[in-house]
Design a protein around this ligand. Structure first.
Ligand code: CP
Length: 313
């Protein structure tokens, strides 16, 4: 990447050129993902460690596949059976992993800023796989790649992000990326789940979901974080589904070409109905597949990879 950054911690401080370089590099990676035999020697000799303090299906697995298909060795640290359970602290854990030979540490942690702390504590390359409510940069990059694949460009697209904006790292990274590439972003959700001064990020704030869905090209539906519902941000899941859930009736009133996204995992019947999640206008499955291509591109570029076409050789 331009300026050869060592880590990927978030999109807030990335330039449009750096984001576009990742999206361009993911194109040949997608070609590899679609091949019958996917293995390349590009990262042979490198070791990629995934260290996840929070649950994950898509991000952890796609990083592991991306690393394997580029020829790297991979190790997954299951925090629940690691020495973290004996009281080992975060910095000691990551220094131990580095001493064992890691070239990349992919970190997911509930603490905002944990990836930055890790990057300051080790010499190896750090990739943020989601830090608290702060950023989830690789999710936003795969969302941008999926939109570019669908529409050919991001500039001028009208994108609505719906739901729990307050706690969502996916929303924040998407807002940074979409705005840098020239999209118009509207956020919609209960006022209790809307961060104060969110407009300062250059987004419009709306509460009338039906009016917004008539005007936008894309809706990115966020997961309602059930683990936070005891704090009473909205009266009940049934009420949330009625006011903001995307179901068939709501889709029928929306722009007829609306593209439906969800980062997963979804609470079917709450923020999205099962029928909408598998609707022909949904690109949720493509998002998951594109996650591998984007993570291959990121590993390749952060390892000092050259031109995007060199990845195939
Ligand atoms: N979208 C996302 O981060 O999913 P996982 O929690 O399954 O990784």
């Amino acid at each position: 990447m331009s300026g050869s950054p060592k880590h990927l911690l978030g999109l807030r401080n990335m330039s449009a050129a750096e984001i576009n370089e990742i999206l361009e590099t993911a194109l040949p990676c997608k070609e590899i993902v679609e091949r019958e035999i996917k293995k390349l020697p590009t990262l042979r000799g490198k070791t990629v460690v995934t260290l996840f303090y929070e649950p994950s299906t898509r991000t952890r697995t796609s990083f592991e596949l991306a690393a394997k298909w580029l020829g790297a060795d991979t190790v997954n640290i299951a925090v629940s059976t690691s020495s973290v359970q004996k009281g080992e602290n975060f910095v000691d854990t990551v220094r131990t992993i580095e001493a064992l030979g890691a070239d990349f540490i992919i970190l997911r942690h509930s603490m905002a800023g944990s990836a930055e702390l890790l990057a300051k504590s080790v010499d190896c390359t750090v990739i943020n796989a989601g830090d608290g409510a702060h950023e989830h940069p690789t999710q936003a990059l795969l969302d941008l790649f999926t939109l570019k694949e669908k529409f050919g460009k991001i500039a001028g697209l009208k994108v609505a992000i719906v739901g729990d904006i307050l706690h969502s790292r996916v929303a924040k990274s998407n807002i940074y990326g979409l705005k840098k590439l020239g999209a118009e972003v509207t956020v919609v959700g209960p006022p209790t789940l809307m961060p104060k001064e969110i407009e300062q990020l250059g987004v419009k704030v709306e509460t009338d979901i039906d009016a917004v869905l008539k005007q936008v090209d894309v809706v990115n539906i966020l997961r309602i974080q059930l683990e936070r519902q005891q704090k009473g941000y909205f009266p009940s899941l049934k009420e949330y589904a009625r006011l903001y859930g995307i179901n068939r009736a709501r889709l029928e009133r929306a722009n007829k070409d609306l593209v439906i996204m969800h980062p997963g995992p979804a609470n079917l019947g709450v923020e999205i109905s099962e029928e909408v999640s598998v609707h022909r206008q949904s690109v949720i499955t493509q998002q998951v597949t594109n996650g591998v291509a984007i993570r291959m591109a990121i590993l390749y570029l952060l390892s000092g990879g050259g031109s995007k076409d060199a990845i195939l050789h």
